[in-house]
Design a protein. Structure first.
Lengths: 158, 88
């Protein structure tokens, strides 16, 4: 995959940071606003796909590392399962942090939230874990397929 | 003989479909609403999250979300295993 024209690369340089920040906003605010781990992870993954398409697979290998994405994916899934198991004193996936006063433990105002993000118990942590898993899953899939396309093109030419 | 048995079975099956279509509720009415009322009443105070949908997805039905995340992980493992022979 070759890199695209200078116009596309300039627009990508302007836009990709905002896309990644918006995706992380959706992930972190999952317990207050519509969205959550899956949706925000998909948004961040689309930013990675944009970088890969505009810069080509050879250039983007310098700043998108497949091994780091793979590590983050495993870390996200393991964090999610550990959070599920840590409520096992009562039931599997019990929300043991909610309304406890500690981490994310404030009681929520019924109705409109005035911006208190420190609520939700284990839900924001699970959102972050799932978001980390989904965004690195998209990165791994896109990078693997791009390198495979490069390989087949090289094989056909030789 | 085979055709007659098949025809009778088809008629019985189709009459079940007709009866259930006649007895169906009007469009949009849920069959049971006790669970919806429980979620709307207690989800915000029990889980502390103002987004009721997220509190259902990640708290009440967390096991389902674990399955979804595992499905995505399996998809990634499948893609990587499919292209494992590709040199960098």
């Amino acid at each position: 995959m070759k890199e695209m024209s200078r116009i596309v690369r300039t627009v990508t340089n302007f836009v990709y940071g905002f896309i990644i920040i918006f995706g992380f906003y959706i992930i972190v605010h999952g317990h207050l606003t519509p969205g959550g781990g899956f949706q925000g992870g998909a948004v961040v993954g689309s930013a990675f796909a944009l970088l890969l398409v505009s810069y080509g697979s050879l250039n983007s290998k310098k700043f998108l590392k497949k091994d780091i994405f793979s590590l983050f994916e495993n870390f996200g899934l393991i964090l999610f399962i550990v959070l599920g198991f840590s409520g096992l004193g009562i039931t599997f996936f019990y929300n043991f942090l909610a309304n406890s006063g500690g981490w994310f433990g404030n009681t929520a105002v019924i109705g409109v939230n005035p911006g208190n993000m420190n609520t939700g118990g284990v839900i924001p942590l699970m959102n972050i874990a799932v978001g980390l898993e989904v965004l690195s899953a998209f990165g791994v899939i896109v990078l693997t397929m791009a390198s495979a396309a490069e390989f087949t093109k090289k094989k056909e030419n030789s | 003989m085979k055709k007659i048995i098949f025809g009778i079975a088809f008629i019985i099956f189709f009459s079940f479909l007709i009866v259930s279509a006649i007895n169906m509720r009007t469009f949009g009415e849920p069959t049971f609403s006790e669970m919806d009322d429980y979620f709307i009443e207690n989800a915000q105070s029990e889980t502390g999250a103002n987004n009721v949908v997220t509190s259902i997805v990640f708290d009440y039905r967390g096991f389902d979300t674990l399955g979804e995340a595992t499905v995505l992980f399996t998809a990634v493992v499948g893609v990587v295993a499919l292209f494992r022979g590709v040199k960098k």
